[in-house]
Ligand binder design. Structure first.
Ligand code: NAX
Ligand code: ADP
Ligand code: K
Length: 498
């Protein structure tokens, strides 16, 4: 199977096409709904002790899934209350079919349903939600929020746009657990959706992955399956130059940033790492670094002189650099070599007055790693969701663009894109972005292609932060890379051995 199919993300419109393709291939829509509702009932019984469950059903197929789940839970002996938004006679198709099979009582829709409940199943609206919630639906969502009851959402929490991860109106369900079908939707991993879905479970409802051949996909969720085949594990017959040489251009006042970047490049496996340190502060870098080499860069010696050593095959400019003319010149010198170049932080900000001059200079492999603030400085206010904005920026700049955050998006100029979902909140700490730039460069130096290297680095970065948890500071991240790599290596080897 195409690896991209495994972690494909399908926006609701494309998911509807996948449903239609599966139905055309022979599975009935009733079977799909039955499997979906059963998966929801199983999730509820797995995650909560048997108790008073309230199933809130909407007027469409999301509500249909709710009827199936409610009947299943009832048969398993759960005390079930069910409220339907709208008239039962207005239900159509599959939802009407399963409403008829529900053996319990359909109660008046309203916040009184929540009294004495222990868990809520949100089957109000799913992929079909197309406008802000109003009237009784809105009141109910607000009541569920106020009740602080645990929620299991069907497909997507009501109020969330599955395509963008944004709210369609002013209120929405915050779920503890979300059961979605066939594949995740971008809204499950893009913020704030990622935070509202709780744990997301993908249920197999009988749709074959092969439908994606015709249906396509909107992006992928970042995962090792996408790049582990091309991960540059060291070889017995290799030597350090086979593993590349990263040059990190250091700054004069914030010397820690370049050191963090350099340490990360070394830990992720670059054969050699050099920091080019401004002459006056060379002793600071030299005293702090051991295996990483430090080159004293005088004002008179341009970066191009140092880069005459063509073994330096990946360059980082930006961490702690200062948004100065000197940084601009360093960026242009690095890009002129057409070697793999990571531009972070001040290297991005330095081009804020004239972004086009940066884009013109990008002729070889280049990765831009802005956070939202730096992104706006370079690309302005691009409308649309984060996935769209990253793709636009990659197309405009000719670089792989990483928009960082709890939902880091990596997009390539050719349209490929991944959304990363493993970063814990602990990662939001000063200097962690500097580490990321080094991880990317370290993988580029070892010959990984820019989009793969960046996706892999973003994932390793998130895993490292997860492994540490609370109290993380940026210095910890490089030291956590070995255990993350070991676990990845062992899992990849196991897969190969199968
Ligand atoms: N074969 C399929 O298509 C399957 C669909 N499934 C379920 O079906 C869901 C999608 O079903 P639907 O397309 O019926 O959509 P929903 O059940 O999410 O919404 C129902 C309808 O409500 C209307 N609506 C939209 N926004 C509204 C608002 N703010 N206020 C009032 N009405 C509004 C729209 O006409 C929409 O079609 C999925 O999320 C999933 O839960 C599952 O049963 C699996 C199989
Ligand atoms: N809420 C969050 N949850 C998870 N990761 C986050 C969150 N906020 C930021 N990050 C990650 O933390 C890192 C911060 O990078 P950056 O803003 O460049 O910081 P610095 O310049 O201090 O190194 C990025 O990798 C980003 O994706
Ligand atoms: K829902």
């Amino acid at each position: 199977m195409n690896h991209m199919y495994e972690t494909a993300l399908l926006a609701p419109a494309r998911m509807a096409k996948a449903d239609a393709a599966a139905i055309k291939a022979g599975i009935s829509s009733l079977e799909l709904m039955r499997a979906a509702g059963l998966a929801v009932a199983q999730a509820v019984s797995r995650h909560w002790p048997r108790g008073a469950v309230v199933v809130l059903c909407g007027p469409g197929n999301n509500g249909g899934d709710g009827f199936v789940a409610a009947e299943q839970l009832r048969q398993w002996g759960w005390p079930v209350r069910l409220g339907l938004l709208g008239e039962r006679s207005a239900l159509k198709g599959d939802a009407a079919h399963y409403a008829k099979r529900f053996q319990g009582r359909i109660e008046a829709f309203g916040p009184q349903l929540l009294k004495d409940a222990t868990v809520v199943v949100d089957a109000l609206f799913g992929a079909g939600l197309s406008k802000a919630l109003e009237g009784p639906a809105r009141e109910m969502v607000q009541a569920v929020r106020d009740s602080r009851l645990p929620v299991c959402a069907v497909d997507v929490p009501t109020g969330l746009d599955g395509a963008t991860g944004q709210a369609l109106g002013d209120t929405y369900i915050r779920a503890d657990h979300t059961v979605t079908f066939f594949r995740k939707k971008p809204g499950h991993v893009l913020m704030p959706g990622r935070a509202w879905c709780g744990a997301v479970e993908v249920a197999d409802i009988g749709i074959a992955a092969s439908v994606l051949g015709d249906v396509g996909l909107d992006a992928c969720e970042n995962a090792p399956v996408l790049w582990s085949d091309v991960y540059p594990w060291p070889q017995l017959d290799g030597h350090k130059y086979h593993r590349g040489h990263v040059l990190v251009v250091g700054g004069e006042s914030m010397t820690g940033a370049a050191r963090l970047s350099a340490m990360a490049a070394a830990r992720v496996g670059a054969g050699l790492v050099t920091v080019a340190a401004p002459e006056p502060v060379w002793p600071i870098y030299a005293a702090a670094l051991t295996s990483v080499m430090v080159h004293s860069l005088s004002d008179a010696e341009g970066l191009d002189t140092l880069l005459a050593d063509t073994r330096m095959n990946a360059i980082v400019v930006g961490p702690g650099a200062g948004a100065s003319e000197a940084t601009r010149q360093h960026v242009l010198a690095a890009l002129a070599t057409r070697r793999a170049t990571v531009l972070d932080a001040d290297a991005i900000t330095a081009f804020a007055p004239e972004p086009a001059s940066l884009f013109r200079a990008i002729r070889g492999p280049c990765i831009l790693t802005p956070h939202e603030g730096e992104f706006a400085r370079l690309f302005g206010q691009v409308p649309g969701d984060k996935l769209w904005r990253a793709r636009q920026a990659a197309s405009i700049s000719g670089a792989v663009v990483v928009i960082k955050g709890a939902d880091t998006v990596v997009a390539a100029p050719d349209g490929r894109a991944v959304i990363n979902s493993n970063a814990p909140a602990w990662l939001a700490t000063g200097g962690s972005g500097d580490v990321l730039s080094g991880l990317i460069a370290g993988l580029l130096a070892q010959g990984m292609a820019p989009f793969d290297a960046t996706s892999a680095a973003v994932w390793l970065h998130g895993e490292a932060a997860q492994a540490f948890g609370p109290g993380l500071i940026a210095e910890d991240l490089p030291t956590l890379i070995p255990s993350v790599l070991r676990a990845l290596y062992e899992s990849v080897c196991q897969i190969r051995a199968l």
